[in-house]
Write a protein that binds this ligand. Structure first.
Ligand SMILES: C[S@@+](CC[C@H](N)C(=O)[O-])C[C@H]1O[C@@H](n2cnc3c(N)ncnc32)[C@H](O)[C@@H]1O
Length: 177
């Protein structure tokens, strides 16, 4: 998630690493699954939090030679894609993840700015998408760098899609001290 307008300096490859608590917040809301693909894993901060939570995590990243947007197939027996995508191509990441998970009736969770679903241009991914099942609002702001002197200025939420979803999307809130 790029924080380019937030007072943080821009970081190469949008290398913003998700603190463990923010990944843990997803776990109670994720439909049952044992294996997850983290396709923009960076140094592996989100994937290690998911591993600690008991999932088998398959990690790739463009910096490790795998461009998610050019990938044609989802790894065998891994029905779920979970990541914090680079902000500059977050829409493309969601579209690609939906394409890759459809045939296996899989699921996706993306950590995005909380108003990412507001844009008219993204309506096809949220209000109008049958697989969009849940938004989990993180009521605490994410501090992307432990030693940062400035306060974070954006709110984030988990957005979850499941190809087995039926009905309208749900809303949940995560509280963290
Ligand atoms: C916001 S960081 C997220 C890191 C990790 N998911 C986390 O939350 O700790 C975005 C990551 O996306 C990777 N990335 C950017 N474009 C990519 C692409 N086309 N395919 C795969 N990874 C990409 C970057 O190298 C970077 O590691």
């Amino acid at each position: 998630m790029s924080q380019r307008d937030s007072g943080y300096a821009r970081v190469a490859f949008d290398q913003y690493e998700t603190p463990e608590w923010a990944t843990r917040a997803l776990v109670p809301h994720l439909p049952p699954v044992t294996a997850i693909w983290e396709p923009a894993c960076g140094s592996g901060k989100m994937s290690s939090a998911l591993t600690k939570a008991g999932y088998y995590v398959f990690e790739t990243d463009i910096q490790r030679g795998v461009d998610f947007l050019s990938t044609a197939i989802i790894p065998k027996d891994i029905p779920a894609i979970v990541t914090n995508p680079p902000y500059s191509c977050a829409t493309e990441f969601i579209e690609q993840a939906l394409k890759l998970t459809q045939s296996s009736s899989g699921l996706i969770a993306m950590l995005l700015r909380t108003d990412f679903d507001h844009a008219k241009s993204r309506r096809h991914l949220f209000a109008e998408h049958p697989a969009f099942m849940k938004k989990v609002v993180l009521t605490k702001r994410i501090q992307w760098f432990e030693d940062s002197k400035s306060s974070p200025s954006f709110n984030h939420a988990w957005f979850i899609w499941s190809w087995t979803n039926e009905g309208a999307p749900e809303l949940a809130y995560h509280f963290e001290d």
